[in-house]
Design a protein around this ligand. Structure first.
Ligand code: PLP
Length: 415
């Protein structure tokens, strides 16, 4: 039977152990100052994220039920795929069960060998590196750069070897990676670039959409992502062969030649018509969701930039950040640690999340990268926090949350 990995926080040594966030604080409900009617909350806790189902979701779902098309055949799947591909500025979309599977499926189409290397940031969500593990390739990590928190493209050249087959840039928290120098380097070496755009629906780099900047993009439609299908994912690409192969692999690799005849080890990774129906309704609302998020982020940043020790999230030149999560860093001048601020906000009904724990510090990968250190990612892990970020939040929520951050700072300075 599977045994959990033995490396625990205590084994990391004092310096690293203090980077790892503590347990989630308990949320409690005490809303004051702002009248509850204005907060317009179904519960009085402000969740860090929640889906916004304000469009034609129910109508399209009823259509599936009434027409008896609920499985993975049905009109909403190609409609959703085409509509989403257009939003990413590419020709093809291949929908599947979730974002992790989108990454797995794209890599599975490549025939990677055990010593083939895949470069990815250490500062990401576990799914990116796990997908590399599923196909048996070797993950190679890159640190973040301090300005955008994304993979540091300047460190790439040193990590490329003759075995490097793929680079997976991750558009962290909705901010696109600096893709031009990355693509130039990748193209020079004949390396494929698969963007992990799970957090970056609609984000732009020099006027072009995330998911359409590399050879392929992978998105997630999990409930906390910018648009959702409950669970879901998609591969976006202009490469017709890759689109056809991944479409075939997601469906047991059934052959065109004869039925029940298989020339690849395929998977059942098909999305259902029900998920695609929700997805179509969601993608229709995507521009509104993104506009709301950008407005909320602008207000957050304007108000928070007055509080000492709070670093607001980046937006590089030529980039449109979609603020999947409105993320801040808590520096020493704030007077409280990140975890203390988190506990304070939780007491006031505000849910938050700490940043990713880097891959080189994960119990399951600690030995793989033993001795490697990535200082920027470690700093982000120690100081980073996301504040409530749902598309449905309004000005009252943002002002209330910032007031509470301000109050936490005042209390810390009194001590
Ligand atoms: C959410 C996410 C994924 C995984 O998507 P799922 O749909 O949850 O499988 C992969 N990569 C990143 C960066 C993510 O944020």
């Amino acid at each position: 039977m599977l045994q959990p990995s033995k490396i625990i926080v205590d084994d990391l040594g004092d310096e690293l152990a203090q980077i790892i966030p503590g347990k989630d604080p308990e949320l409690s409900v005490t809303i004051k100052r702002i009248p509850v009617s204005q907060l317009d909350l179904s519960s009085r806790i402000i969740p860090v994220c929640e889906p916004t189902l304000g469009g034609r979701e129910a109508e399209y779902l009823m259509d599936c039920v009434e027409s008896n098309w609920i499985s993975s055949a049905g009109k909403y799947i190609p409609q959703f795929e085409q509509r989403f591909a257009a939003e990413a500025g590419v020709k093809y979309g291949v929908a599947c069960l979730n974002g992790t599977i989108a990454i797995h499926l794209a890599l599975a189409a490549l025939d990677l060998q055990p010593d083939d290397e895949v470069i990815l940031p250490t500062f990401t969500m576990i799914a990116t590196i796990n997908a590399v593990t599923y196909v048996g390739a070797k993950p190679v990590l890159i640190d973040s750069e301090p300005n955008t928190w994304n993979m540091d493209v300047n460190q790439l050249a040193d990590k490329i070897t003759p075995r490097t087959k793929v680079i997976i840039p991750v558009h962290t928290y909705g901010h696109p990676v600096d893709m031009d120098p990355l693509m130039e380097l990748a193209n020079q070496h004949g390396i494929l670039v698969f963007e992990d755009a799970a957090e970056a629906h609609g984000a732009e780099y020099k006027g072009r959409r995330a998911g359409g900047l590399g050879h392929a993009g992978m998105f997630s439609f999990y409930a906390n992502k910018i648009i959702t299908t409950g669970e879901g994912g998609i591969i976006t690409t202009n490469d017709e062969k890759l689109a056809q192969l991944t479409e075939n692999l997601r469906d047991h690799a059934f052959s065109d030649e004869r039925h029940f005849w298989h020339q690849y080890v395929g998977f059942n990774y098909r999305m259902t018509n029900l998920q695609a129906a929700v997805g179509l309704a969601q993608v229709e609302q995507m521009p509104t969701f993104i506009e709301n998020r950008r407005q909320n982020a602008a207000l957050y940043s304007r108000l928070l930039s007055e509080i000492p020790g709070i670093i607001t999230p980046p937006e590089a030149e030529h980039v449109k950040n979609v603020f999947w999560m409105y993320s801040i860093l808590v520096n020493d001048e704030f007077g409280m640690t990140r975890d203390e601020l988190r506990a304070f906000l939780a007491k006031h009904g505000i849910e938050t999340r700490t940043f990713f724990i880097p891959m080189h510090l994960q119990p399951i990968y600690y030995k793989t990268f033993a001795g490697e250190r990535y200082p920027v990612s470690e700093m982000l892990c120690k100081r980073g926090l996301y504040l409530p970020s749902a598309s449905s939040l309004n000005e009252h929520h943002i002002r209330y949350i910032v007031d509470m951050v301000q109050q936490a700072h005042h209390e810390a300075m009194k001590e």
